[in-house]
Design a protein around this ligand. Sequence first.
Ligand code: FO1
Length: 315
Amino acid sequence: MIVALAGGVGGARLAVGLAAALPPSQLAIVVNTGDDFDHLGLAISPDLDTVMYTLAGVNNPVAGWGRAKETWSFMSALAELGGDDWFRLGDRDLAVHVLRTLALRRGVALSAVTRELAGRLGIRHALIPMSDTPVRTRVLTARGVLAFQDYFVRDQCRPRVRGFRFAGSRNARPAPPFARIMRSRKVRAVVICPSNPYVSVAPILSVPAIRAWIKQRDFPVVAVSPIVGGAALKGPAAKMMRELGCEATALGVVRHYGSSVDGWVIDKQDAKLERAIEREGKAVIVADTVMNDRGKSGKLAQRVVSFARALAEQR
Ligand code: FO1
């Protein structure tokens, strides 16, 4: 079994490829919940929904979040009545937030609600939130501490970043379906998707039991660089790296993850960094990592899986 750690658009796209490459018994996709929040009385899980909609093929590929064929009657009516409209909830998307909120209120765990919703959308692979208990990303900025969606959507990532906190992580535990996989000893590799290292992957690794599991691993961890040619394909990862004093390159990402990752997949545009990454003591492969259609996601996933298997066999 391979466990993929994912969040955001890059994570969702590689998850699609991995789901095409591996049967449901051999893949679990564990998703960041650090950017979850309560808004308009609803429980919103943006990364879970991005991955779920993308796996189901009902995502909005242009925005990178929300659903395709979306309509906005609710948002228009809300704005007319003076409601908060900075975070846009489409009519179709709303159905997921309402069902999730009702289930959570009945005491159903987030992992169980997610399994139910994903199943209804035809997803056969395990899609698991990192934790059932809330972990909330806080962004430390020059303008003070901001809740993640205030920083990301309301303030459009403009404030200069000084660091991150993951409120609730100290007492958080992996969601039970993930904990079962961790205990099963069936995991042959972990794949860190090309998701934002600070706000998609770090919240997952901030859960103590997940961090300890990775640290004491007897399987390889393979990561796909989210930085290609010195920029993030989508989102603020490169801006964050620069503001935190890191080099915004694939090599900078390799140094950021340090000993947590054994093997790197970098883009062909960054082939010149291959030797430098090897000098950091890492295995490296160069691939086309720009997943602008399902075929390319599938091809990249095949390479990632072969690389992970090869590293597992060498151990
Ligand atoms: N991102 C935006 O930039 N603007 C929005 O209005 C917005 C609404 C939204 C609604 C539901 C959802 O699941 C995601 C939404 N996102 C929106 C994306 C989201 O806030 C971020 O992309 C993630 O949290 C970062 O991974």
